[in-house]
Design a protein around this ligand. Sequence first.
Ligand code: AMP
Length: 380
Amino acid sequence: MTFPLPPNATIGIVGGGQLGRMSALAAARLGYRCHILTPEPDSPAGQVAAGVTLGDYEDPEVLRAFAARVDVITFEFENVSAAGLDLLASLKPVRPSPAVLRLSQDRVAEKTFLNAAGVPTAPWRAVDSLDALHAAAAALGLPAILKTTRLGYDGKGQALLRAEAELAPAFADLAPHPLVLESFVDFACEVSVVVARGADGALAAFDTVQNSHRDHILDTTLAPAPIPPETAAAAQAMARHVAEALELVGLLAVEMFVTADGRVLVNEIAPRPHNSGHWTIDACPASQFELHVRAVAGLPLPPATRHSDAVMKNLVGPEETALWPAILATPGLIPHLYGKAEARPGRKMGHVTRLFPPGALPGPFGIADALGPLAPAGND
Ligand code: AMP
């Protein structure tokens, strides 16, 4: 198969979640089929794809069967083992490259890479023993956040350490080692940038957005971020620089902290579509999912322009999912549901977007009003 992929070619997506679902919907509009690799029967992505290989991400036979059905492979889920990635890459082109996926799987590798590329992060230390943790806490000061190096998401695998006595229990609780100790950033806000890079090196970055979390899970995204233009521009420049330094082919989300004095620090990167880019489906001519598919397929990248301001609110768990009928009955709310059968607490079930004319994104009270039944309660 040659690039650009011709219409009707098949894009293999590792992972069956909502990011794969929305990528597959965008791919279908461009005339591609998607084939999903997932262990989950009736997955959100599998429901809307041309085909599914059901099986374990680590089983070589499953990976071979998947690769045989597709023309190019991409990911909506990064945690495939190095051996699995190598096997896939020996069979079909993998975009983004296995090297980029490996970096994003490992906080130590990721932060080492970012700092070497001149990208600032919170001060951090890798710790592989309790002694090393004590030394790191002495060097960085408390409070600090202890994080697992691998397999962390939505705040899982993290502990906030406020006092010396909390070090030993947290070290024993979190696994596997080594862990990463990071200075606690007393941030003014959290922002992110989703950037696509094509095989020809062309870059397209969506506007800097502001994210609010609840219980460590993304709750609301405001596009554009209501921050000074120079801070938004610094975040843009950083995300573009990271995509170039990675020689990325695909899509990358860069999550950042903005400090009270306006500095921008990278928290983490994810080489795939990102929850903080869901607003682009409704507010942009070409969404993050279309840019993902275009980069993976070797198509030209359109500019990541925005025709509207937007607020995106996640629908998490049974309580917010119960508001679905009210959401559907509220004019102006653009509903998205992911096809998950069971609304467990903390599970992302869908999201809604509300659009505003450019420049008319309201302040916090207006946002609450605009979300109607989903008005955030005491959003910080
Ligand atoms: P992470 O799993 O690294 O994306 O962290 C999840 C969330 O925890 C972030 O979005 C922040 O809200 C918070 N957090 C993570 N690291 C830090 C830090 N060093 N300082 C302050 N808050 C943090």
